[in-house]
Design a protein. Structure first.
Length: 427
């Protein structure tokens, strides 16, 4: 007689039979990699989710203003890409990137004082991918990576996932202190220094040319890779341009320069680029082949057509004018509204103002008080490596009009008053 389903038996790994129920019982899969559980999610992304409700004025996200996107110019560029080369636009492409886009990037880099050829450029899916590729090519678990303190959150995530030991470089209001960097390189023997020398995220500060030259000299003398992240360099509102770190003597053969079209064209394109010495660039190409084969062909061709047909510099000038007025509105509102014992800087460009509350205050607690007032910002603590300064906060000024910014700072002032009253009432 044929056995019923309930009594059927299945062979185990030794050839014996076991009840079917045991053969099909679930066994937990293996655990996640340690790096997947040791690196936390981005607090900025979590705060953005809290501020999506209507009416909130958020200084939290470092987002370009969508009303300033050149939507018509980009639409025309995509139309041209399909009209002239639809089959190519929809096909696989080379890992290095579309030649015409690489050439356009090289021309722009050369115009900014860094001689660059198309073969020096790798197109990436945003400059964040460029950072991930360089990290994958250079960093092994346990390697020391130096960073500014504070620094870009997603860079800390990237290095954490690679298993690096991240060590902060002492900084002041102008950025990296060169003598302190040299001492750290001798003591820690790091693999690389990651820096955002122009309009840094989160502080907005810019490293002066003399310090850049000293950083390049230290890297050459002591043996160090430099990773120069420049997503904000085109957004200067006052002062004079400072040459890239990569352009300084001593840095030529050891600097990976990361650039992006996100802040000057549109972040949804996910287009960035990497300029690096040949051997490092080749290693990044191999890493990219393993990651995504290549960046979207149609987006690359549309960007190349846009750069050929449109005056990007004129567009960026309009963006700069708008952002300058928003920065000025934020600075003026802070001066009118916040108590005299609060501090903040005046960035010459970029997207962020860095502020500090008085001694004994906590920006994370202030954020909890601010949300009921429909205003938000990013506390500074998560940007630090090691012991954070809990009094700090980052304010982004790009996505609101001057009038909205003034209202937002007014709400922030009310939230600060509530926070102080609550603190005074504590036993």
């Amino acid at each position: 007689m044929q056995a019923s389903l309930a009594t059927m038996r299945a062979p185990d790994s030794r050839g014996a039979t076991v009840p079917a129920a045991a053969a099909t019982s679930a066994v937990a899969p293996p655990s996640f990699a340690a790096r997947a559980t040791s690196v936390e999610g981005s607090p900025v992304r979590e705060i953005l989710a809290l501020t999506e409700r209507p009416g909130v004025i958020s200084f939290a996200g470092g987002l370009p203003a969508p009303e300033l996107f050149d939507t018509e110019g980009l639409r025309a560029a995509y139309d041209t890409a399909f009209a002239t080369s639809a089959r190519r636009a929809l096909q696989y492409s080379t890992t290095e990137g579309a030649p015409e886009l690489r050439e356009a990037v090289a021309v722009r880099a050369t115009a900014r004082g860094l001689a660059t050829g198309a073969d020096d450029v790798l197109v990436t899916s945003g400059s964040q991918q460029a950072l991930a590729l360089i990290t994958g090519a250079l960093v092994e678990p346990g390697d020391v990576v130096l960073v500014e303190n504070p620094t870009y959150l997603a860079a800390l995530q990237c290095f954490g996932l690679a298993g690096a030991r991240v060590v902060p470089v002492p900084c002041d209001g102008e950025g990296i202190i060169p003598d302190a960097l040299a001492d750290l390189v001798v003591r820690e023997r790091p693999k690389l220094l990651y820096t955002i020398p122009t309009f840094q995220n989160p502080t907005g500060r810019t490293l002066p040319a003399a310090r850049r030259a000293a950083v390049a000299e230290t890297a050459a003398r002591l043996g160090l890779w430099l990773v120069e992240d420049d997503p904000y360099g085109d957004l200067r509102y006052e002062g004079t341009d400072v040459p890239w770190l990569a352009a300084h003597p001593g840095a030529e053969d050891r600097t990976a320069l990361l650039g992006s079209f996100s802040k000057i064209m549109a972040p949804g394109l996910r287009l960035g680029w990497l300029r690096a010495p040949a051997a490092l660039r080749r290693a990044a190409v191999v890493a990219k082949q393993a990651a995504d084969l290549h960046t979207s062909t149609v987006d690359q061709l549309a960007a190349a057509h846009y750069l050929a047909a449109s005056d990007l510099d004129a567009h960026v000038a309009g963006v700069r004018a708008a952002y300058r007025s928003r920065r000025d509105a934020l600075l003026a509102a802070l001066g009118r509204t916040l108590p005299a014992d609060c501090e903040w800087n005046r960035p010459e460009g970029g997207m962020f103002v860095w502020a500090r509350l008085p001694a004994g205050h906590d920006a994370t607690a202030l954020l909890r008080a601010a949300l009921p007032h429909d205003v938000a910002f990013v506390p500074g603590a998560p940007f630090f490596t090691g012991t954070p300064d809990p009094r700090t906060l980052r304010l982004s000024f790009t996505t609101h009009t001057p009038e909205e910014i003034a209202e937002g700072v007014s709400r922030l002032g009310a939230a600060l008053a509530d926070y102080r009253r609550t603190a005074d009432d504590r036993p």
